[in-house]
Design a protein around this ligand. Structure first.
Ligand SMILES: *[C@@H]1O[C@H](CO)[C@@H](O)[C@H](O)[C@H]1NC(C)=O
Ligand SMILES: *[C@@H]1O[C@H](CO)[C@@H](O)[C@H](O)[C@H]1NC(C)=O
Ligand SMILES: *[C@@H]1O[C@H](CO)[C@@H](O)[C@H](O)[C@H]1NC(C)=O
Ligand SMILES: *[C@@H]1O[C@H](CO)[C@@H](O)[C@H](O)[C@H]1NC(C)=O
Ligand SMILES: *[C@@H]1O[C@H](CO)[C@@H](O)[C@H](O)[C@H]1NC(C)=O
Length: 505
């Protein structure tokens, strides 16, 4: 790659920076303030667009910066869109379009769902076709499932955002998000290579094989170059040239930071030069913890959340990777682990069974002749307003009126922070996100960044919005299943009732 070689000769900007990025929902969230030193997601994205000189590459699942999905339903929620922060979406939208009008070449890589090809941002950018390219990354053709769920911005191949925020005004103002803004030529180059790999894959004609995956003990459809395919039938990896060697044991060289790497999902995009998968990076972060591990995620289950399609139709894949890493940390290394999992009307109540089971497992190292030196505490994180969401009328039902717009008031970030490292990701912790959906995580052992993320986690954990699992099941059960339709509520209540007989969960 010519660009990579040329960059080697150019000295990097003296001041590399790595900044925690957060969205703290506006209104009614008194206990949670932006971490000192962190920046808001909208500010980070506007800064990237304003600072771009030549190129801006952006990936997204869907776009709703101008609240077009919410405005027609504004009578179904009582809060005013302006007070909710809708202008932040417009600021990001306008900054991207203004960059392009200044001459910055913008590339958008989207999910082929929800009309992304004709969303407002894409329409505005298409007006200057010489400085715009659009592609869709469609894992359905390669795996029979999955989406583009990576949220990555790269400006001039030199500064970048990676995090949980969707390209939605609500992700800038009403959904709690974690991300990172990195200004560093070597990290930007690595993220640029990752973008190029996905971009190249989007242009390929699907070529797949049915292969045995020993991790799930089942056959599944994968790209023809997957490591799961027997060598005799395996195709050459068409994305190999985008692979980079950087990982936990060999962090990015020439970066202004001694210890940074980027991981990605699914496995077939990482190449075999060294880049780790998202799953491997999360597990390695937990395995590396010496005394503490703090984990926060929206959805966490030890399985595939969506039943498989295609040849494995209806099958559920087991996925114990993170559970096992937590057990190792608690059993063998005396780590004190804290797990903060979000709760809102879209949470699968079955995850409560799993979390209760995981905690029992973590306590089961205390047998007669041994002691548990580590601990696992689990809390449910429910932001004020989570049970007062509107939902909009659709083919599934008449909708619900509420205080806030649909799909807001939830903690959507995905992070691990230990006494030694940080992992800031875009993927939920479920099988599909790791194996057939596009995702990325930013990883570092940088002490200042890790301390900043730890303080953000500690703030959330200490707030009254984070409720210990036992208290949640005992005290909040009347409230827990609010905000769901009749069917969803019945299922949710049944799960909670099934957990109640055991007092010591
Ligand atoms: C794209 O969206 C615009 C505005 O909503 C609409 O007028 C137009 O018909 C759409 N085009 C396509 C191809 O869907
Ligand atoms: C390739 O993609 C096309 C279009 O999405 C689909 O019809 C076809 O079944 C796919 N082929 C395989 C082998 O998955
Ligand atoms: C990191 O990549 C190097 C190649 O650069 C490889 O030898 C090593 O095994 C990788 N380490 C991990 C933890 O994947
Ligand atoms: C675990 O705890 C026991 C009892 O408190 C203690 O004797 C032992 O040294 C601890 N082991 C480790 C590895 O910390
Ligand atoms: C929501 O409120 C509107 C009036 O603002 C009313 O017309 C509508 O029927 C209500 N919808 C539901 C599902 O209650």
């Amino acid at each position: 790659m010519m660009a990579v070689r040329l960059l080697l000769l150019v000295p990097l900007a003296a001041a590399s920076k790595m900044t925690l990025v957060e969205t703290i929902p506006l209104l009614d969230l008194d206990e949670i303030q932006l971490t000192p030193g962190a920046v808001n997601t909208w500010e980070a994205q506007v800064a990237l667009a304003n600072g771009a000189k030549k190129t801006l590459d952006v990936t997204f699942m869907y776009e709703n910066l101008l609240a077009e999905s919410d405005a027609p339903h504004a009578s179904s929620f009582s809060r005013d869109l302006t007070a909710l922060g809708v202008d932040r979406g417009r600021l990001v939208f306008e900054a991207v379009v203004a960059a392009q009008r200044r001459g910055v070449a913008v590339r958008v890589l989207a999910s082929p769902m929800g009309g992304t090809a004709n969303c407002s941002l894409v329409r505005a950018l298409r007006a200057t076709p010489a400085k715009f390219a659009y592609a869709e990354w469609d894992p359905d053709a390669w795996y029979g499932g999955g989406i583009m769920h990576m949220k990555l911005w790269v400006a001039d191949g030199a500064s970048a955002y990676v995090g949980s925020a969707n390209l939605d005004w609500a992700s800038l103002a009403q959904v709690k998000e974690f991300g990172v803004l990195v200004e560093d030529g070597a990290v930007g180059e690595d993220l640029g290579a990752l973008f190029e790999g996905f971009w190249a894959m989007a242009a390929l004609k699907n070529d797949t094989r049915l292969a045995r995956d020993p991790r799930v003990a089942h056959d599944r459809r994968v790209p023809a170059w997957s490591a799961l395919v027997a060598e005799s039938e395996r195709a050459a990896d068409p994305l190999a040239r985008f692979g980079t060697p950087w990982n936990l044991t060999r962090p990015i060289e020439r970066s202004g930071f001694p210890d940074v790497f980027v991981a990605a999902a699914p496995p077939e995009v990482v190449g075999d030069a060294g880049r780790m998968t998202d799953e491997a990076a999360i597990v390695a972060t937990i395995d590396d913890a010496a005394t503490s591990a703090s984990l926060a995620v929206m959805d966490f289950s030890p399985a595939s959340a969506y039943a498989q399609r295609g040849e494995a139709k209806g099958v559920v894949f087991s996925w114990p990777a993170i559970s096992d890493a937590l057990a190792r940390a608690v059993f063998a290394r005396g780590v004190d682990a804290k797990l903060l999992v979000s709760w809102w009307p879209n949470t699968d109540a079955a995850s409560l069974s799993y979390l209760a089971g995981l905690r029992r497992t973590a306590r089961s190292c205390a047998f007669q002749y041994s002691a548990c030196n580590g601990t696992l505490e689990v809390k449910l994180f429910a932001l004020p307003g989570w049970d007062a969401l509107a939902s909009y009328p659709s083919k599934y039902g008449p909708g619900l009126n509420g205080t806030y717009p649909a799909y807001t008031r939830v903690a959507h970030g995905k992070v691990v922070v230990t006494d030694r490292r940080a992992n800031v990701g875009t993927s939920n912790w479920q099988w599909g996100y790791m194996y057939e959906t596009a995702g990325a995580s930013f990883n570092t052992g940088d002490a200042a960044f890790t301390a900043s993320l730890q303080s953000a986690f500690d703030r959330d954990w200490a707030s009254s919005y984070a409720v210990p699992l036992d208290d949640f099941l005992r005290d909040e059960r009347e409230a827990a299943c609010r905000g769901r339709d009749a069917d969803g509520r019945a299922k949710c209540e049944a799960v909670i009732a099934s957990l109640l007989p055991s007092s010591e969960l």
